[in-house]
Design a protein around this ligand. Sequence first.
Ligand SMILES: *Cc1c(COP(=O)(O)O)cnc(C)c1O
Length: 407
Amino acid sequence: MKNTFHHPLPDKNGYFGPYGGSFIPDELQKIIDEITEAYLRIREDPEFLTELAELYQHYVGRPSPIFHARNLSTKYGTDIYLKREDLNHTGAHKINHCLGEALLAKKMSKKKLIAETGAGQHGVALATAAALVGLECDIYMGEVDIVKEHPNVVRMHILGAKVIPATHGRKTLKEAVDAAFGGYLEDPVTQLYAIGSVVGPHPFPMMVRDFQSIVGNEAKEQFAEMTGGLPNNLVACVGGGSNAIGLFSAFLEDESVKMYGVEPSGHGLEKDGEHAATLSKGEPGVMHGFKSYMLKDAEGEPQEVYSVASGLDYPSVGPQHSYLKDSGRVTYESVDDREAIDAFFELSRLEGIIPAVESAHALAQALRMANNGEKGSILVNLSGRGDKDIDFVVDNYGKDYGIDSEL
Ligand SMILES: *Cc1c(COP(=O)(O)O)cnc(C)c1O
């Protein structure tokens, strides 16, 4: 079997140029170094690779198809293709790295997976992987999010995970990270902190990228089969950046392929706290144990962030994206709430596919490019399905699209 987990970056200390690395307390560094060593070993282990490949096929339902969106293509005047990560078991790309992290934890004889979650998507994907692999699972979640994201909290309970509320501060994602970090420090030996995107200290940006690279590897082969060549453009939304790097990583050496990462500009880029466009508006800084572009407030602390898509509102970004921005290999754009919701309805009504509002940001960028005269093919990573978003979208935007909000 071809081992696709080998990439030129990061270096052995986890740096992508000046970004990445590991900024954590010494006692924790020892434990994280063990995770790095274990990961570098198992990614060469044919037994591990086979086990993961079989789960991808028979459990997740991979390969996820590429769909040529003909109705959209006709209307917008260029060929638009969708990589259907929304069709995975649990409805998004997150299961790809959660299964990898769960298998790693099992091989390291850990007892428990822990993680933070915002909207609950990562929590559900991790609780799923933990149930399958036979590990305990603690998910830390802000009290405010627990109320807001009730269905995902119920799912986690059904899957046998424990949901631990973060009760301090604003009681949302950042506080959940703090609480999970605290919980991890209490027992880093029997627990593995399964980070939810290509963020955090080395090795997580590398490891999560490697697990997500299945998306791009499949897409490259599928696209060649369908069309005989490479796509002209790739587009993916960027929260922490895992679905985007998963798609991009297979094409980085293909100079003819242009790549676009799409951040959320929420209510607009002008006002701090009203967007989460880290690469467009941020500056280099350290938070959550790694160096990357970051949105800072006046004190240099992580800025408050906002987006209609709760999977995209993070005030930092995966370090490889910072590197790819500076090198110019990837162009980072932003899309606001309204454009994303327009794209959400456009895809629903023209193709019968309800996308996650996160993924709708990527689609909105593709439609904008087509409107601006792009004639080359555009492959959009449809990172997840929109079932989780339907009530929110209809309550807040339904009437603009002819839907009675009293429904
Ligand atoms: C979590 C999530 C994202 C954002 O995470 P990345 O690490 O940037 O990929 C995007 N889309 C969906 C559907 C998600 O659940």
